[in-house]
Design a protein around this ligand. Structure first.
Ligand SMILES: [Ca+2]
Ligand SMILES: [Ca+2]
Ligand SMILES: [Zn+2]
Length: 307
């Protein structure tokens, strides 16, 4: 127990100093998670995805590095399906029952299938280089870890104990992230400077067949893995000319919730990309990555993960 606490304190202080060093001072913060808030009826106004944003200097550094990998921005990438990602799945629960977060193997396999369908363009959009294979499942009953929050000591303890592999390995943790948070991920450029934090955390009830209204088809994990491979939200940068750094996702002023067909929050060309996995729309509304998003994920994963 003493060792575990010591690891936790070290992890948290390292995490905080890394965050401060990068100038990240707040979570992504835009209000209004309609649908998701119905899960518990509380916490209105919080962000459903807690993934940390890079500061301006890191943002520019990442774009330069990705652009170099792409050979000056040429639209090149590895072949569809040629990058196979090993997935270690960590079930964290409060008890033995599925309602306590002890997700059955069948639901994990359904989620892996949703990842593969989504990244291969079977649901719409680009056929990316990425495919996912389940390398193993761990199961841990720990009520404190089950209620983890981003940058909490519970997250540090759980990830320190459970994480497998290296920067190429996708560690997915399921837990109860509270009434408003669906998940969070670590961007690829943090995988070496902040290795324990690496991976994806998703709410156990967001998996296919889960109990969160609007977010019960497994697209939360697709969204978070999109971050893990280097994607920003489609509403990153608002209506600015560079916005999310992806040229084939129309600029979007703010996140979309529900399925607001025809939404158009920026005067630039194209309707808001509400159908994109990197927005906040309901799972039934989201079905695609774009070709340029695929190219970006290819370059970012190669550059920062060697994947
Ligand atoms: Ca864009
Ligand atoms: Ca527009
Ligand atoms: Zn997100």
């Amino acid at each position: 127990m003493t060792i575990r606490i010591a690891i936790s304190v070290l992890w948290v202080s390292a995490a905080v100093s890394t965050v401060q060093a990068q100038g990240v001072q707040q979570w992504e913060g835009k209000p209004g998670a309609a649908g998701w808030n119905q899960h518990s009826g509380s916490g209105a106004g919080e962000e459903p995805c807690a993934t940390l944003e890079p500061d301006a200097a890191t943002f520019r550094w990442v774009e330069r590095a990705v652009n170099i990998t792409r050979g000056g921005g040429r639209a090149v990438q590895r072949a569809a399906g040629s990058v196979v990602v090993e997935v270690w799945w960590h079930v964290i629960s409060a008890g033995a029952a599925p309602a306590q977060g002890n997700t059955p193997q069948s639901q994990i396999e359904e989620q892996i299938a949703v990842l593969n369908d989504s990244f291969s363009g079977l649901t719409g959009g680009a056929n990316t280089p990425f495919r996912f294979v389940l390398a193993g499942v761990t199961r841990t009953t720990n009520p404190a870890w089950f209620n983890m929050r981003i940058l909490s000591s519970a997250e540090g303890q759980a990830k320190s104990a459970l994480r497998r592999g290296n920067a190429k390995t996708l560690n997915i943790y399921t837990a109860d992230l509270g009434p408003t948070i669906l998940g969070w991920a670590a961007f690829p450029w943090w995988s070496t400077m902040w290795p324990i934090f690496d991976g994806v955390v998703v709410h156990y009830a967001s998996l296919p067949g889960g109990s969160i209204p609007g977010h019960d088809e497994g697209d939360t994990a697709v969204h978070e893995v999109g971050h893990w491979l280097g994607q920003y939200h489609t509403f990153q940068g608002g209506c600015s000319s560079t916005n999310d750094t992806v040229s084939d996702t129309p600029a979007e002023q703010s996140a979309a919730f529900g399925c607001p067909v025809g939404r158009n929050t920026c005067s630039g060309p194209g309707l808001d990309p509400i159908e994109n996995f990197m927005d906040y729309a309901d799972d039934s509304c989201k079905d695609r990555f774009t070709p340029i998003q695929s190219i970006r994920m290819d370059a970012a994963s190669l550059t920062f993960r060697g994947l």
